[in-house]
Design a protein around this ligand. Sequence first.
Ligand code: LLP
Length: 423
Amino acid sequence: MQQVGTALGFDPALLRAIAERVGTPAYVYSVNLIRAQYHALDDALQGSRHRICYSVKANGNLGVLRVLQGLGAGADIVSVGELRRVLAADFDPDAIVFSGVGKTPAELEEAIRARVGFLNIESTSELDVVIAVARAVGRPVTVGIRVNPDVATETHPYTKTGEKTAKFGIPFDEVVPVAARIAAEPLLRLRALAMHLGSQITDVQPYHRGTVKLLELVTAIRASGIDTLEALDVGGGLGVRYHNEKAPSPAAFAAAVMPAVNAAGLGLLCEPGRYLVANAGVLLTRVLYRKHAGGKEFVIVDAGMTDFVRPSHYNAHHEIIPLTDGGRGGDRPEEVVSVVGPICESGDFLALDRKLPEVRPGEYLAVMGTGAYGFVMSSTYNARPRPPEVVVEGDRYYVARQRETLDDLLRGEIAAPTTWYRA
Ligand code: LLP
């Protein structure tokens, strides 16, 4: 049986104390684990001039952002909401990369005014709007081209982004003409070529193939007389071990991406999200009830798909560790149970048919590997307030985000109309 304390650096007694103080469900993030992940990657990339731009979508909590900012990370953002977050956490605007297929004119304008490091252009029609906004604002704009490198990856279909049928990036053979259009526009400067292949990638070969393709484009762009490129952005996606996956080492990732970037004589940017935070977070939940039905054992807990959707949405496996008896389950007999939430959907589960030490109502469980794509994907479905987020550093913790209240859920709504509008 995996132990909380040894496996993931959380002290079970501290987790229980947090659960008692802030209630459950609650997310808990470890500063030390985030730092360790960051340093491992940063060390592995020493052979290149590099910057790690944390992908904020994985976990946008200000406490988490502040830790990464303190380590010198840049940020990869996809919305003005994320822009506001990273600016609130004091990230250097020049170290911000703004990607996304559907940036609105208002978002582009705010990013241009904030002088973000570069806007990643994802379509020619977006480029038209960037040019128009740049002219209207009257400011120079540094841009990147997000290339669709057409490189296949082995990951969940929902998180593959680098194949030519995906909605992301500019098709490979349109990149040089797009670069020429950017170069012809006095307010724009082409600073980077970028790719993002997908998420939870456990084989580094696709990174190698992708960077070789980017290098090909660098050569062609330079041959056309454009010499403003400063960096290749190899995207995020570095996989982690949730269960029995073979996660690539930072060294293997570095060995896959550095040769082409160094051959181009450019800086290296990467955009990891999950790698930095997934295993630095747990979701605490409490057992409400036990139930035997249809030949199955159900453990009904107070966290559901609204708090943590990955099991339900991607059929993702997350370890669950009871916090009883030092996180080991002690001498409790093991049994096969489904751990389910309170939401009115049969897809509301955290684990199906899982072998766990026996747990009883009132006891706490830690759902592991929930630091990435956890709170950020939570919802208020069934009118459930979203859980708090707690940041742990050593033996101390603070509540970085309060639990949402029932009043929060009613904010902005009215029960009876005060103003009617007509077309
Ligand atoms: N850069 C770009 C442009 C991205 O779209 C993403 C993730 C990343 C970086 C960071 O990827 P990461 O290093 O975290 O794999 N909700 C899904 C994952 C969706 C990822 C979307 N894009 C999940 O829970 O598995």
